[in-house]
Design a protein around this ligand. Structure first.
Ligand code: DAH
Length: 334
């Protein structure tokens, strides 16, 4: 009898993992606890057991029956749980899904890149931690140029600094590629300036460089007008004012007619009708020479614009710090 009880107990153990659905549970119940089931059959044999052992065997049988019933109960409870879990009420109201938004700077930068790609420019990038050579020397800055002053530049040591503009990437591009070159170089730049509504210690620029045979100032004007009309609207006019940059000769600053008031004068253009958007010029022969490009054979133009300033004009943002606050209510608007 002992031996039979042990066998049935083992059978219970090996059948238990199969109790995964209602039919299997019912078959299990019939096999072990049904009227003709194995456990019931053992109970029937109890009468043949010698009296002295009956109490002890009876207890073992009860344990066996409880074990079988326990397995059935556990499996049934598991089934009910999974029924509850899979029956989702599709009519319940959903949780609102939070959508992310692109930062206004990213929106503007992507749009600029897209326009210049369309005009045939490829995108290049360079390091934000830069050598004096790339940031100043190769760009024809005099040794006593005020931009090298500690006030403007974050120096890391005598040679390394946080780039103050994206123009050093021009040098890196010319070092690594032979003309013809047609590249734009967007990126972060750093200046040691007091933070205020109008200036921040880091901002973004987009640099442009074209080097080829017979490039003229007209090519530069044409590409800038095409960009301005695409970015600010087809009615946009541009105005070039003579200026100075060490790395271009001649140099100019470019204004676009205000896209908000169309030249009539408003808060954004400070009632001038014009917005200053970039610096540009013909690449200085000294810069070409520093990059081993022969100025007798090649000429080029370059331009650089401040992305943050342009984004602020476009959206009428009057405090540059808003671009860095990560205030959701501000950022949701773009
Ligand atoms: N690097 C200049 C700046 O940060 C902007 C600039 C002016 C870039 C003229 C140019 C350029 O490529 O030709 O103010």
């Amino acid at each position: 009898m002992d031996e039979n009880i042990r066998k049935v107990s083992e059978e219970l153990d090996s059948a238990a993992p199969g109790l995964t659905h209602q039919e299997a549970i019912e078959a299990f119940r019939i096999r072990f606890l049904g009227r003709k089931g194995t456990v019931s059959a053992l109970f029937e044999q109890l009468g043949t057991v010698p009296k002295e052992q009956r109490g002890q065997i009876g207890k073992q049988l009860n344990d066996l029956k409880n074990k079988a019933q326990g397995l059935i109960d556990a499996a049934t409870a598991g089934q009910q749980n999974s029924v509850i879990n899979t029956r989702t009420d599709l009519t319940l109201p959903g949780y609102p899904v939070q959508f992310g938004k692109l930062h206004p700077l990213t929106v503007v930068m992507n749009e600029m890149i897209e326009i210049f790609r369309f005009l045939g420019f490829s995108v290049a990038s360079g390091p934000e931690l830069e050598h004096d050579w790339y940031n100043f020397e190769a760009l024809n800055f005099e040794h006593d140029h005020p931009a090298r002053d500690m006030q403007d530049t974050y120096f890391i040591d005598r040679d390394l600094l946080l780039r103050t503009h994206t123009s050093p990437v021009q040098i890196r591009v010319m070092e690594s590629q032979k003309p013809p070159i047609r590249s734009i170089m967007p990126g972060r730049v750093y200046r040691n300036e007091a933070v205020s509504a109008r200036s921040y210690c880091l901002f973004h620029q987009l640099e442009g460089l074209l080097v080829d045979k017979n490039v003229s100032f007209v090519d530069l004007k044409t590409i800038l007008l095409a960009f301005a009309r695409e970015f600010f609207g087809p009615q946009t006019k541009i105005k070039l004012r003579p200026s100075f940059f060490p790395f271009t000769e001649p140099s100019a600053e470019v204004d676009v007619s205000c896209h908000l008031c169309h030249g009539k004068g408003c808060r954004v253009c400070k009632h001038t009708g014009w917005l200053e958007i970039l610096g540009c010029g013909m690449v200085d022969p000294n810069v070409l020479k520093a990059c081993n490009v022969d100025p007798e054979e090649y000429s080029g133009y370059a331009f650089g614009m401040g992305i943050d300033r342009i984004a602020m004009m476009r959206y009428g943002i009057d405090d540059i710090r808003l671009l860095w606050d990560n205030n959701q209510r501000f950022l949701q608007q773009f």
